[in-house]
Design a protein around this ligand. Sequence first.
Ligand SMILES: Nc1ncnc2c1ncn2[C@@H]1O[C@H](COP(=O)(O)OP(=O)(O)OP(=O)(O)O)[C@@H](O)[C@H]1O
Ligand SMILES: [Mg+2]
Length: 342
Amino acid sequence: MSQQDPKVEKMLDNLSEGVMFLDENGKIVSVNNALAEIFCVEKEKAPGSSLIEYIRNHELENFIKNALESQRGAEQEFELVTPVEIVVRIKALLYGSQSEKRGLLVVINDMTATRKLERIRVEFAANVSHELKTPLAAIKGYIETLQDGAIDDKKNNIKFLKIIGEQVERLDRLISDLLELSKIESGKKEITLARFSINELFDSVKFIAGHAAEKKKVVIKAQIPPNFADVLADKNMMEIALLNLVDNAVKFSSNSEVVISVERSDGKVKLTVSDSGIGIPVELLPRIFERFFRADKARSREFGGTGLGLSIVKHVMEVHHGSVLVESEPEKGSKFTLAFPD
Ligand SMILES: Nc1ncnc2c1ncn2[C@@H]1O[C@H](COP(=O)(O)OP(=O)(O)OP(=O)(O)O)[C@@H](O)[C@H]1O
Ligand SMILES: [Mg+2]
């Protein structure tokens, strides 16, 4: 087998596909770096081992055994636990001379990321349909009720129209959020960096969020160090991000304060939004930036929201080469920090 040749071995080690050579008896001749990485095994332990000794998986062993015994190439996708869950596409090809029993060249493509993306896409479509259908069903229901006579019911007709109005608003917000997200994600949204004053940004956010805050007896306070120099960012986008954080802070607290503040440290501008609201369980923190993720679905129904806000925030920070960080404790409150280059 020519893979003993250091040049060939080096070439195989540079491939992103996993490669394994098996002799005609199913003993491993050699593997490349990518294979050892995909299966979380040591490359040096491969030569001379049987497949089952090296990669403890019976499904895979049967697949290879069949290919060797039948002396026919084969291809199949496997979901394996290595100990992490992976999806691999495995191709077994025969090598060696036609006259005798031949060994196998096994090529492995790691499909984990591709399959994960596909799953996210499918879930996304299902989530969007669901989120569109719920308000539409309510609108349809109330229109039918009005048509069936409730239009003359002075006690209820205004109430029903108000609900229809709220549901239309919900649809409108959902669609704007989705458009915003897809624009940022596809890179179609142009980012215009310019210097602007944090005072202006905070004033505008306080004004827009003010009405909702008043309703919940929440006071929004802004803390800006004296003579704080202008920051460099896309003002509209930064306002969208900050508004989403303030909107959440208000939504998930009551009778308390929400503090927005700014500082400069480690060559970065850091904007923080802190509340003393319901907080987020620590095990859910890594998930809250996913599209449509809501920590508490029952509570979300009461407060409203589709779970898109924080994914927009995350993307806004990504296009600014910045980051968003969260610290939170249930029943104590949450603190979100947006950091971007100064
Ligand atoms: N300040 C906060 N306090 C408590 N929970 C929060 C806070 N911010 C976010 N969360 C949790 O994270 C989830 C995701 O937030 P996100 O802003 O993405 O969605 P949303 O507010 O539910 O809906 P949308 O922003 O689309 O209106 C929320 O549903 C909530 O469970
Ligand atoms: Mg939100």
